[in-house]
Design a protein around this ligand. Structure first.
Ligand code: SF4
Ligand code: SF4
Ligand code: FES
Length: 359
């Protein structure tokens, strides 16, 4: 049993160990304390803006933000008390009174329900404080991916920080202060004229739906419930984990998996938005081969494979094995890539094989 001069703190009376460099919030979260947050995203540097995560530390004059306060040996911390809950509720009411609406659709983005959930939890009054409101929406931005509804913005800067820290893009920033605060691109322009890559990370971390997934929101009126199916993006060899959102038989959107080992919540524009091929009427559903007139016609897999084998054999016989060159698809899993190189090396007798993911 350690004493309070060791690497332990007291959380709500319970002595718990912590690691050097951990914040109070991180220790508390690990010990299943339910501390509310709004400006926090565990992938980003803590910002300390919303103050919802305040806790009481014995000896401190006022509650401290647990997400930016480092744990120190011997600290005695209270994560829940009547005055903390009142403090959090008033802060929440101040924030939410500024917004046009709280009840945004969950298709907006991964974190879009965070504020609504807290408002419900604290029974916060959404119109308690009247007066100026920050954030001017940008309905003039015609981009097809990102809703820019800043009248629902709470200036948590998660979007700006994820764009800089995760995407390394610095496409958006903060202009002005106080009620004049505005999330903006350089020179206040459209996203397409900025360095935005439309990766969608700002959408997914926004806790209010101020930034929303426009493609998914087209399906708000569809009454079926949203189902999420964990999958892996097929566009390249990175293997980003994602959740495919469906309503009935319709794919309505994609959300990145925050616990995806390869991507930790990140996606590129293709993985995030380019899923229209799934229901596209031109989507190939059978192989095609060329007939005697050079026209592509539907075929069975046996017919297509026979045709390919005959073509490969003809090329080898006429021009030698080094006339062949194979490129494996980056969309194929490791096992398929391995099989292909085996086929090319052992079957066709050439080592001319590459993978498009290297490009
Ligand atoms: S979509 Fe990606 S690059 Fe564009 S502003 Fe959002 S986070 Fe930045
Ligand atoms: S747009 Fe969303 S993520 Fe960005 S500062 Fe506003 S509320 Fe936060
Ligand atoms: S979550 Fe800690 S200050 Fe916002």
């Amino acid at each position: 049993m350690s004493d309070n001069t060791g690497r332990t703190i007291f959380l709500d009376g319970e002595e718990v160990p912590f690691d050097g460099g951990e914040t109070i919030f991180q220790v508390a979260e690990r010990h299943h304390k339910d501390i509310p947050t709004l400006c926090y995203d565990d992938r980003l540097e803590a910002f300390g803006g919303c103050r919802l995560c305040v806790v009481e530390v014995e000896g401190a004059r006022t509650p401290v933000a647990s997400c930016t306060t480092m744990a120190e040996a011997g600290m005695r911390i209270r994560t829940k008390s009547g005055s903390l809950e009142m403090h959090r509720r008033v802060l929440l009411e101040m924030v939410v009174s500024e917004n046009r609406e709280v009840d945004v659709d969950e298709l907006s983005g991964y974190a879009s329900q965070e504020m609504k959930t807290l408002v419900d939890r604290y029974s916060a009054r959404t119109g308690r404080f009247a007066g100026d409101k920050s954030g001017v929406s940008r309905p003039d931005d015609p981009n097809p991916f990102i809703l820019r509804d800043y009248e629902n913005c709470i200036s948590c800067y998660r979007c700006v920080r994820v764009c800089a820290e995760q995407e390394g893009d610095y496409a958006i920033s903060i202009m002005n202060r106080g009620f004049e605060t505005q999330i903006t691109t350089e020179f206040g322009g459209l996203l397409k004229d900025s360095s935005c890559t439309f990766c969608g990370q700002c959408i997914q971390t926004c806790p209010t739906g101020a930034l929303g997934d426009l493609k998914a929101l087209r399906h708000v009126e569809v009454e079926e419930p949203i189902e999420k199916t964990r999958s892996v993006c097929t566009y390249c060899g990175v293997g980003c984990a994602l959740d495919i959102m469906t309503k009935g038989e319709q794919v309505v959107g994609i959300q990145p998996a925050m616990d995806g080992p390869a991507n930790e919540g990140a996606l590129c524009v293709k993985g995030q938005f380019a899923f229209d091929f799934v229901h596209h009427p031109d989507r190939l559903k059978t192989p095609f081969i060329r007939d005697d007139h050079g026209q592509l016609v539907p075929a069975t897999w046996d017919e297509a494979l026979d045709k390919a084998a005959a073509g490969l054999l003809e090329a080898v016989n006429e021009h030698g094995r080094h006339s062949l060159y194979a490129i494996a698809s980056g969309r194929a899993p490791n096992e398929a890539g391995f099989t292909m190189q085996k086929f090319v090396r052992a079957g066709l007798g050439t080592s001319y094989i590459d993978n498009c993911s290297r490009a």
